[in-house]
Design a protein around this ligand. Structure first.
Ligand code: MEV
Length: 424
């Protein structure tokens, strides 16, 4: 069944009603998404297998972003985040892009790269060429390590050999390029790099030190573009404000860090919800932002002929569907099911689309009413709850917190005390 990501009034439902509505809209069976709502009974045992010295688990809210159309297909997008306004902003901007057909994407083949560092080479330039001469042998050796990956159509595809001049040393660095198919790929490429190392050392005439993937992942880019409707954004001045905000980020690394953080609010939330490695994706993204030698904006904005905002984003996207927490964590499995993606490349495309929507959402708020207004409602609820408000008290405290100006814990406590005194 084709998914319909338009869920009018979704935000007004209770969490349980939202789960049923999302299950129905995505054509899944009742219960398919239940792990998103309640942790599996054996979650501690699962966690105990995932990392060391486990004592418990930490719950992060999972919301569903609506309205996403990506390459003509609708998606309901699970997002795991502790930050208010993120899911709402992504959903809103997806509906603004939807007016112009949604998001258009492309993704490179899932090529990951591992590095083998060779030290103590007497003739680095000649060693570099000796390694290239042995490429076929090295690729065959790499592929012997992972027959399943080769059977699935992946495997080692090529090498690159670089000479890295470091302070006081020259390293010969072999890159092994591997098509990791639907895996994130760290395990596959690290195993291959370790297996190649003795032969690489022999050919290069040096000693191998590191054998590990690079999180730069610039062979595995995902790209997205979308047109955001001028009027739905709030008019020409808001569009102008967004473009000025982008130019600021493009020119200034202090602003670029925050601008890109807004993009990562969306990206990391989907990466985390699907059990992928958030730090790997973040490292790759920030490295890409500095690819020119100067840290700058990951996204770009232009104003189209018709006055609408045209946004583009390109980010390395090392995410997978097989292996790791994506397969072992029940909530991550349910998140992938909800998304309905069938390849790592398709997941990468969804992730970058959310990143672009998130970026526009933040810039729109900054260019229009300012970021605090949107943040404040949920923030006020958190503050009210932290001050001890329960049930209906929460909304009563929020209303008075918001009218009184500053949303602060001490004010919430005082308001709550007044409310309770008035009732007793
Ligand atoms: C807050 O989490 C993200 C923003 O700071 C991003 C931005 O400034 O573009 C609002």
């Amino acid at each position: 069944m084709a998914v319909n990501s338009r869920l009018p009034g979704f935000y007004k439902l209770s969490p349980a009603e939202r789960l049923s509505a999302a299950t129905e809209a995505s054509g899944l069976a009742v219960g398919d998404l239940s792990s998103l709502a309640a942790p599996a009974p054996d979650i501690l045992a699962i966690a105990d297998r995932m990392i060391e010295n486990v004592v418990g688990t930490l719950s992060i809210p999972v919301g569903i972003a609506a309205n996403f159309t990506i390459d003509g297909k609708d998606y309901l997008v699970p997002m795991a985040t502790e930050e208010p306004s993120v899911v709402a902003a992504a959903s809103n901007m997806a509906s603004v892009a939807r007016l112009h057909g949604g998001f258009r994407t492309s993704a490179d083949l899932p090529i990951m790269v591992s590095q083998v560092q060779v030290v103590g080479v007497a003739d680095p330039r000649a060693a570099r060429l000796r390694l290239y001469e042995a490429e076929a042998e090295l690729l065959a050796l790499a592929n012997e390590q992972d027959p399943l990956l080769v059977k699935l159509g992946g495997g080692a595809r090529g090498i690159e050999v670089r000479i890295v001049e470091a302070s006081g040393a020259t390293f010969v660095v072999l890159h092994l390029l591997v098509d990791v198919r639907d895996a994130m790929g760290a395990n596959a490429v690290n195993t291959m790099a370790e297996a190649l190392a003795p032969r690489v050392a022999e050919i290069a005439g040096g000693r191998v030190r590191l054998r590990i993937l690079t999180n730069k992942a610039d062979r595995r880019l995902a790209r997205v573009r979308a047109v955001f409707d001028r009027d739905a954004l709030g008019g020409a001045d808001v569009v102008g404000g967004i473009v000025d905000a982008y130019r600021f980020a493009a020119a200034d690394s202090y602003r670029a860090a925050t601008h890109n953080k807004g993009i990562m609010n969306g990206i990391t939330a989907v990466v985390l919800a699907t059990g992928n490695d958030t730090r790997a994706v973040e490292a790759g993204a920030h490295c890409h932002a500095a690819a020119s030698g100067r840290y700058t904006s990951l996204s770009h904005f232009e104003i189209g002929d018709d006055g609408h905002l045209v946004g583009t984003l390109e980010v390395p996207m090392a995410v997978g569907l097989v292996g790791g927490a994506t397969k072992t964590h029940p909530a991550a499995r349910a998140a992938v099911k909800l998304l309905g993606v069938t390849s790592a490349q398709e997941l990468a495309k969804v992730v970058v689309a959310v990143g672009l929507a998130q970026n526009v959402g933040a810039l729109r708020a900054l260019a229009a009413e300012g970021i605090q207004k949107g943040h404040m409602s949920l923030h006020a609820r958190n503050v009210a709850a932290a001050a001890g408000a329960i049930g209906e008290e929460i909304e009563a405290v929020v209303a008075r917190l918001k009218t009184g100006g500053h949303v602060r814990f001490d004010r919430a406590e005082a308001i709550l005390a007044e409310l309770r005194a008035g009732r007793s």
